[in-house]
Each structure stands twice: as structure tokens, then as C-alpha cells.
Design a binder for this molecule. Structure first.
Ligand code: LMR
Length: 395
């Protein structure tokens, strides 16, 4: 009886309408036992038999054991569902971070906030994600910063070849005044940058011949990420053709020889099995690939404060974890590729790396005004400061 009244109370507290409650069932049973008592000519069923009968009745009637009261249970109406769409594999840095975020938010909110993650462009592909966010069809996306280039020109800064000599320099830029300008440009258009996640540095793969020098690209066709004129210009400068394609069609285009090469991080090359359709990879580290986790500002500001707090705290925790994991995954995937007979890997000497950097440097003057002379200059100042301080940076 106690259990039943607790159940009722709980339901009332949750503001739920319970049609087939245990209470109703119990009343039915009392009626039923009364009928039997009458039929047996007044012989009373004792309490034990009644309790066993009630138990069996519940099992038969619900098809399972009697419902246990779960004080943490969240009704569908109370639940906040957040759809998080992205384009990469689940076992990539972004894929794992999105999953971890979902788990953490679920734990911290006691199941009240559910982050549903859609990987591999299953919900929206490149070129669709941004619109889906604008329309509220999804609440979170994490596009590669390169893909923001056409809408938010400042973000093209991060695509400049050899802009960063290591991942620490990227973080320094993104967390300092440079990053502030970049995120402000998003806010002005009604977006919030919730976090900046790493992937790593890009390498070149192709199916024609090993590439060691910049001149080796001449006449080849490379896939580049969508919305980035910097990336297109970078390939043109080396005498190659740049074809912007969404991520979910890269494998097929390589397989069908619509393009013969592409640039990407090791983790993307590995998790999407590009090595099955590419014979050569050159470790150029010529550009950075990272993500900005985006929400619509109106949506974000409209969330209850306690919900936003849980999301923000989880995002900080996941971002920390993601950055460490991204480095580890890229390293582990690199070792896998070294042992993979399908792909031949070329690494560059310091001298060759300088040659690449020099050959690609005209991109800077070409884009200086298009991005922002001030930002490009600030980046150059940061780069030379980091080079001066780097051990062996002047070799
Ligand atoms: C690509 O399109 O190559 C990458 O941006 C995919 C990603 O999100 O890492």
C-alpha cells in the first residue's frame, strides 16, 4: 500500500498523467477478490494470498515485474534533447569527443539533458550543417574552421599554410586576442563558439606518384574542404587543381579517380580508410585542421541557466580531454599507417619543409587584405616569437 501511495505521489510531483496506475490495478483486484469471496460463500482470502495474487496480476498485466519507483526518472516532457551533427567517423577525435560530451551531460543532468550525436554526415553533410543549425533542426555542430571561411573571412587565417609550427601555437592564437576577434565575428552573426577542438596538421595523399617537392603536385587534382579560398589558392599556386568537395564524398571521388589526391589529418585518412584508395602520403604538416563547436546564440541564451551551466562545464572538461586525445589518436593512426603496406609514406627533411613553406608563402600577400591585414600581421608576430623561443627553432 505504501509503495502504491508513493507511486501516486511521485507521479503527481512529476506532473504526469498516469492512466494505468498501480493504484487502479489494486482497486480492480480488491473488487475481483470480493467477487471470489462472495462466490465461495463468504470464505475470506487471507492477506498473503491476496499479496501473491497482486504480484501475479501485475506481472501478467504489465508483461514485466512491478515497476520500481525511480526518483531520477525523467519524463519525455521534462527532457531537453540536443541534436549534435558532425561529418567524421565515430572513432576520430571529434567523433569520440561528441560521444563523451553526450555521456557527461547525461550523467551531470541525471538524464534530464540528452545529447543525440549523429556522426558520419548521417543527418547533415558539409554544406547542409550550417543551415540546419540556423533552422534549429540541430542545436550543435562542430565544423572544421576552414568551412566557415566563406561566411566568416577572419577564420581563413587558420588555413594559411605553415601558419603554426606546432599545436601549442594554435592554442595560443585561438585563446588570445586573435581568437577573440574570430569568435566575435561569429557572435555578430548570431552564433556562439562553445569550444575549439583539435584534430591536427594536414598531410597530402595521392594516387599518382610519391611527392617530395612542391613541384611534384603539378597537373594533379586535389580535393579540398568546401568554403575555403585559401586552400584552393594553395593548390593553384603549386600548379595543381583544387576541387572543393564535402567530406562524405571524398572516398568515392578518390576511388573513381575524379580527384587523385587530398589533404587531411592522419586520423581522417585512417578512420575513413583513404589509404585503401591512395598509394602515397607525404607528411607535410602544411596546415592546421581544427573545429569550432557552434550553437545558435538565441537558442543558447534561451536555455535555463542550470542547463547551460551543465553544458558549459561538460564542454570545458571534454575540450581538455579532446585535445589530448586528438594528439594521441593521430600518433597511433600514424603508426598504423606506417605498418600498412597499402600506402607509402614520404617524410620531409627540414630543408624540404623550408622549400614548401617558401613556395606557399605568396598565399599570405594574396589573402592579407581579404582576411584582415591586422590579423595576418598579428599571426606573423606570434609565429616569429614562437620560433625564437622554440628549442632549435633557428636551425
Ligand atoms: C574534411 O572535410 O576533410 C574535414 O574537415 C572533416 C572533418 O570534419 O574533420
Amino acid at each position: 500500500m505504501l509503495q502504491i501511495s508513493e507511486h501516486k505521489e511521485q507521479n503527481q510531483q512529476n506532473g504526469r498523467i498516469v492512466v494505468n496506475s498501480a493504484y487502479t490495478k489494486y482497486n480492480k483486484l480488491i473488487k475481483f477478490s470480493k467477487n471470489i469471496t462472495d462466490a465461495l460463500g463468504g470464505v475470506r482470502l487471507n492477506k498473503f494470498i491476496l499479496a501473491v495474487a497482486f504480484f501475479l496480476f501485475m506481472v501478467i498485466n504489465t508483461g514485466c515485474s512491478p515497476r520500481v519507483v525511480d526518483k531520477e526518472q525523467v519524463s519525455p516532457e521534462q527532457k531537453i534533447v540536443i541534436k549534435f551533427s558532425h561529418v567524421v567517423a565515430e572513432n576520430s577525435p571529434k567523433g569520440l569527443a561528441a560521444k563523451y560530451f553526450s555521456r557527461l551531460v547525461n550523467e551531470k543532468s541525471g538524464g534530464k539533458i540528452e545529447v543525440q550525436v549523429f556522426a558520419n554526415s548521417t543527418l547533415y553533410a558539409d554544406g547542409e550543417e550550417m543551415q540546419a543549425l540556423q533552422e534549429g533542426a540541430v542545436q550543435l555542430i562542430a565544423p572544421a574552421t576552414s568551412k566557415l571561411g566563406s561566411m566568416f573571412p577572419y577564420w581563413q587565417l587558420l588555413d594559411l599554410p605553415y601558419a603554426f609550427s606546432d599545436i601549442e601555437s594554435v592554442h595560443l592564437a585561438i585563446e588570445g586576442p586573435i581568437g577573440e576577434k574570430l569568435t566575435d565575428s561569429l557572435e555578430k552573426e548570431g552564433y556562439v563558439a562553445l569550444a575549439f577542438w583539435d584534430n591536427g596538421f594536414k598531410q597530402l595523399t595521392n594516387d599518382v606518384h610519391p611527392i617530395g617537392r612542391p613541384g611534384d603536385l603539378k597537373g594533379l587534382k586535389f580535393r579540398v574542404m568546401i568554403n575555403s579560398s585559401v586552400l584552393e589558392e594553395q593548390f593553384k599556386l603549386l600548379g595543381a587543381q583544387a576541387i572543393p568537395l564535402p567530406f562524405n564524398s571524398v572516398y568515392r571521388s578518390l576511388e573513381k579517380n575524379e580527384v587523385c589526391g587530398q589533404e587531411n589529418t592522419i586520423s581522417n585518412i585512417y578512420s575513413k580508410k583513404f589509404y585503401q584508395v591512395q598509394k602515397y602520403m607525404t607528411v607535410t604538416n602544411h596546415g592546421y585542421l581544427g573545429y569550432v563547436v557552434l550553437a545558435q546564440k538565441d537558442y543558447w541564451d534561451g536555455l535555463p541557466e542550470d542547463v547551460r551551466k551543465i553544458l558549459e562545464e561538460s564542454m570545458v572538461e571534454v575540450t581538455d580531454w579532446e585535445r589530448t586525445m586528438a594528439a594521441k589518436i593521430n600518433e597511433a593512426n600514424y603508426n598504423e599507417l606506417v605498418n600498412n603496406k597499402d600506402i607509402e609514406i614520404t617524410t620531409l627533411s627540414n630543408e624540404e619543409r623550408r622549400l614548401w613553406e617558401e613556395s606557399l608563402s605568396p598565399v599570405y600577400s594574396f589573402f592579407e587584405k581579404k582576411i584582415s591585414a591586422e590579423l595576418v600581421n598579428n599571426l606573423a608576430i606570434q609565429k616569429s616569437a614562437m620560433t625564437d623561443f622554440a628549442p632549435g627553432g633557428d636551425d
